[in-house]
Ligand binder design. Structure first.
Ligand SMILES: Cc1cc2nc3c(=O)[nH]c(=O)nc-3n(C[C@H](O)[C@H](O)[C@H](O)COP(=O)(O)OP(=O)(O)OC[C@H]3O[C@@H](n4cnc5c(N)ncnc54)[C@H](O)[C@@H]3O)c2cc1C
Length: 353
């Protein structure tokens, strides 16, 4: 039987914030072919929250209905001209896919090692880290349209990937991603020169002092990224968190220049076009004095990581409502001090931002 149903399903272990919430009914299936019947019947009246690894969720109130895909196959579809097309089911753990592809001798995903969550959620916010976004490696996304019951196949242009964004995120809950195909160079063809190591300390973590990185492979980059991530980010298994809570804000060029003149140490990055600039949400939050602080109200367990100003943490018994109140207080301070709006990256379940 590929479908399992659990009433009053506890979600504490299914969200990396470790928030104590429950779903009225959790439906799990290991077969994407079950979806048309489920949506035509059981989910016709009330739409379920699709749950991956729960690493990009802030649950303020548990959903009535939740759906999880337990599909877990990865396979190589084709290898030609030193490129491999790899297909992974939505339910595959993301980091497992990264390590599997490296074991097969494929490169391209190494900078995205150790990002929590599932393959199915990766295209939603176009996961990115250490200079690479997953959209750059995607060949196609297979998705089920919930309202019509039709399966579609999207190429990368149709997915409209952008910084922490995609067509799937903009059209929230229209599609359920069932599988993703990746176009990966073979590690042999990419060579050391094709590795992306000039970003946020990778070169240093690999111990490469000169410009030459001959002899290094995609696996070495993955190991360096894993070490860096472990040293910088709190482990959700120990301290509940959802990674970066706020997106880096994108502001008009003129505003970035004014702020930069007032705050010379403020980092300013290029954005997708010349008329805008990306600011560091971490710097803005730190400058407002939030790093390491806790929300005074409630349990006192909703706080900001001491290691990283962008990471909100649950020190134990914080509720989703407390973490949301903390996030709102931080955003209000940043707005009052710098005139910049910062937006949450995780999906907020059961409340509005
Ligand atoms: C410690 C830590 C570090 C992180 N680092 C990074 C990072 O470096 N870069 C980065 O980009 N993100 C990062 N994240 C955020 C998170 O890991 C990613 O957003 C991840 O892709 C979420 O996957 P998930 O399976 O946990 O999704 P969930 O949190 O379960 O769901 C997220 C959203 O996707 C939807 N969804 C899930 N699966 C599907 C599907 N199959 N079809 C349609 N919709 C679906 C959900 O309904 C929800 O809206 C980090 C999180 C943590 C906890």
């Amino acid at each position: 039987m590929s479908i399992r149903r659990t009433a009053d399903a506890p979600l504490r272990a299914r969200n990396t914030f470790g928030i104590d919430a429950a779903a009225g009914l959790l439906v799990e299936t290991d077969d994407a072919d079950d979806l048309p019947a489920l949506f035509a019947d059981e989910f016709a009246a009330s739409a379920p929250l699709v749950l991956g690894g729960g690493s990009n969720l802030l649950i303020v109130e548990g959903p009535q209905l939740a759906l999880a895909l337990g599909t877990r196959t990865i396979r190589t579809l084709d290898v030609h001209d030193d490129r491999a097309i790899v297909r992974a089911d939505a339910g595959v753990e993301w980091h497992r896919l990264v390590m599997w592809s490296l074991e097969q001798g494929y490169a391209g995903l190494e900078n995205l090692a150790l990002i929590p969550g599932t393959v199915g959620a990766a295209p939603i916010q176009n996961i990115g880290a250490y200079g690479v976004e997953v959209g750059e490696r995607i060949h196609a996304v297979d998705a089920f349209e919930r309202a019509t019951g039709v399966f579609h196949r999207f190429d990368p242009a149709q997915c409209a990937f952008a910084y922490r964004d995609s067509m799937f995120k903009r059209e929230t809950d229209r599609y359920l991603i069932v599988a993703v195909e990746f176009d990966l160079p073979t590690a042999r063809s990419i060579g050391a020169a094709g590795l992306k190591i000039d970003y946020a300390g990778i070169r240093e973590a690999m111990g490469i002092a000169s410009d030459v990185c001959d002899g290094y492979a995609a696996r070495d980059v993955a190991q360096a990224v894993i070490r860096l991530r472990r040293s910088k980010l709190p482990d959700p298994a120990v301290t509940g968190n959802a990674g970066s809570f706020f997106k880096n804000p994108i502001v008009p060029l003129a505003q970035a220049e004014t702020l930069s003149a007032e705050h010379p140490s403020m980092p300013v990055f290029r954005a997708d076009d010349d008329a805008t600039r990306k600011l560091s949400a971490a710097w803005l939050i730190d400058a407002c004095g939030w790093k390491g602080r806790r929300l005074a109200e409630g349990s006192g367990d909703a706080g900001v990581s001491e290691r990283h100003a962008l990471v909100l943490v649950n020190h134990g018994a914080a509720s989703g409502a407390e973490l949301l109140a903390l996030a709102r207080a931080i955003a209000a301070d940043v707005r009052a001090r710098f005139g910049v709006m910062i937006e949450p990256e995780p999906r907020i379940v059961g409340a509005r931002w």
